[in-house]
Design a protein around this ligand. Structure first.
Ligand code: ADP
Ligand code: MG
Length: 270
């Protein structure tokens, strides 16, 4: 089931290629001093699948939202494909989110009144792109090339999530963020969706950051990052489900400061 990771393409004929995502000292404090995220450093090279794990309330969604330009961090720098988000005005940020970031949520968030093909094409249409073959190709790539005329309500949960993945990939984004993409699926369907994300990375060179609390899902990643109480507490390379389960159990037992876990202290690019 596992595959060999392709080489990380950091240099092309055109010169060095920026990492898909870089966070430097990114923190998020809410009003009244709630620190949802203590300063975190994180680099995700292109062509990787990162799992972000941690107990409920550990800051996973906060990290994802800051990284994806949906929330502004209190401090620190976020770069998507080399572009610093803080340097962008609201309209440019909106455009970057639409064209260079793909999103997959737990609920697939398809528009019920649009056809499957129209849903996939939506990020292109919103950007004013003329109709072309990209949506059809993206739909075919997730194995649903024949379902373009259907409405989302006619699809199973797993199929709808595949459409959501096609929509996330249609613009060939720098990075795809997925927040519990298998959280609403049965285990067999979840495996299909994870295999699809894995294929997007291995076959097509996409980059995915996936928040999950499921050790089986994390085992599809190249690397797992663990958060506890808003802090990065460690990393695992090529995580196995049992290993991840053990770390999560330790985190659940004592998420306090100074927790010693059998994980590395640094991730990629450290
Ligand atoms: P996770 O996704 O790991 O469950 P979150 O990132 O959603 O965790 O939340 C991290 C912490 O930040 C939690 O303590 C949560 O209560 C707090 N938090 C999240 N969003 C807000 C908000 N808008 N205002 C205040 N506190 C928040
Ligand atoms: Mg969350």
């Amino acid at each position: 089931m596992r595959r060999q990771r392709g080489g990380s393409a950091t240099v092309s004929a055109a010169g060095p290629v920026a990492d898909a995502l870089t966070l430097e000292g990114v923190s998020r404090e809410y009003r009244r001093g709630t620190v949802a995220l203590h300063p975190v450093d994180l680099t995700v090279p292109r062509g990787r699948l990162l799992a972000v794990m941690g107990p409920s309330g550990s800051g996973k969604s906060t990290l994802l939202q800051c990284a994806a330009g949906l929330d502004r961090p209190t401090a620190g720098t976020v770069r998507i494909g080399g572009t610093e988000l803080a340097s962008l005005k609201e309209t440019a940020l909106t455009r970057l989110r639409r064209e260079r970031i793909g999103f997959v949520f737990q609920a697939h968030n398809l528009v019920p009144s649009l056809s499957v093909a129209e849903n996939v094409a939506l990020p292109l249409l919103l950007g004013g792109a003329p109709p072309d073959g990209r949506a059809a190709r993206a739909l075919a790539a997730v194995g649903l090339g024949e379902r373009g005329e259907d409405r989302p309500a006619e699809l199973s949960g797993g199929q709808a999530q595949r459409v959501a993945i096609a929509r996330a990939l249609v613009t060939e984004p720098d990075i795809v963020f997925a927040d519990e993409p298998t959280g609403a699926l049965d285990p067999a369907t979840a495996q299909d969706v994870l295999a699809l994300l894995r294929q997007a990375v291995d076959r097509d060179g996409h980059t995915v950051v996936m928040v999950t609390h499921d050790p089986v899902a994390a085992a599809w990643a190249d690397q797992a990052l663990f958060l506890a109480r808003g802090r990065t507490v460690g990393w695992l390379d090529r995580p196995g489900a049992d290993e991840v389960r053990r770390v999560m159990r330790d985190l659940g037992r004592d998420a306090g400061e100074g927790t010693q876990l059998a994980v590395r202290e640094e991730g990629w690019g450290a």
